[in-house]
Design a protein around this ligand. Structure first.
Ligand code: CA
Length: 220
């Protein structure tokens, strides 16, 4: 899962990015509204954390432009304490949730998990596919109750496939959702990650759909 963090306060931005990366997400960040608008329009994010008070273009305008351009990713806005009319305007502009500053990182993470889950049509914190279970709160994966040891990229690939269990996911879609913008993207490495995951998972759980991509499915 890939996130965009839009926050112009450098310390808070770095803190957000660090804690979300530690939770297993690929994270991009923007420190002003113009960069944010561009990234959100051009790149594929599973959720966005958007501060409303931003230089160059304010957060509300950024959000309205994304929605007008047909971008539907879940957006959680950050607002100043007591500014209730800003929250109302944000939700009216297409925000899915909000947090008032200062907030606890745990609450932000829980709200993001809920947004991503709902966007994928899931109601529970645990996603499963056959013997495979992902606990989105702890970012741990178990097979038949046994913990799987995964690298961060293997985790991102598997988590994305689990959020779309039984659906075909193309290599380019996978690579868009597991890498941050500034990283070296090579769709060949997706094959490497899938190859390693196959060795760790029960046989045939990751099916190659020729010419289309991969599908995670419960073993027959
Ligand atoms: Ca701000």
């Amino acid at each position: 899962m890939r996130l965009l963090v839009v926050e112009d306060e450098p310390t808070l931005c770095a803190q957000l990015c660090r804690s979300l990366e530690a939770a297993g997400y690929a994270v991009d960040s923007a420190g002003n509204g113009r960069d944010a608008e561009h990234l959100g329009r051009e790149e594929a994010f599973d959720a966005v954390v958007l501060d409303l008070g931003l230089p160059l273009v304010d957060g509300l305008t950024v959000l309205k432009r994304w929605r007008a351009a047909g971008r539907t990713m879940p957006v959680l806005i950050l607002t100043a304490r007591g500014d209730w009319h800003e929250r109302v305007a944000g939700i009216d502009a297409g925000a899915d949730d909000y947090l008032v500053k200062p907030f606890h990182m745990e609450e932000l993470q829980a709200r993001l998990r809920a947004l991503i889950r709902r966007a994928g049509g899931q109601a529970a914190n645990e996603l499963s596919c056959g013997p495979l279970v992902l606990d989105t709160r702890s970012a741990r994966v178990h097979v038949d109750g046994q913990p799987l040891t995964l690298t961060s990229h293997e985790f991102r690939v598997l988590a994305y496939l689990l959020h779309r269990c039984d659906q075909v996911v193309s290599r380019s879609e996978l690579s868009e959702h597991i890498y941050a913008h500034d990283s070296d993207r090579d769709s060949n490495t997706i094959e490497v990650f899938v190859g390693r995951l196959r060795k760790k998972l029960p046989a045939d759980m990751i099916e190659t759909v020729r010419g289309l991509g991969y599908r995670l499915r419960a073993p027959a």
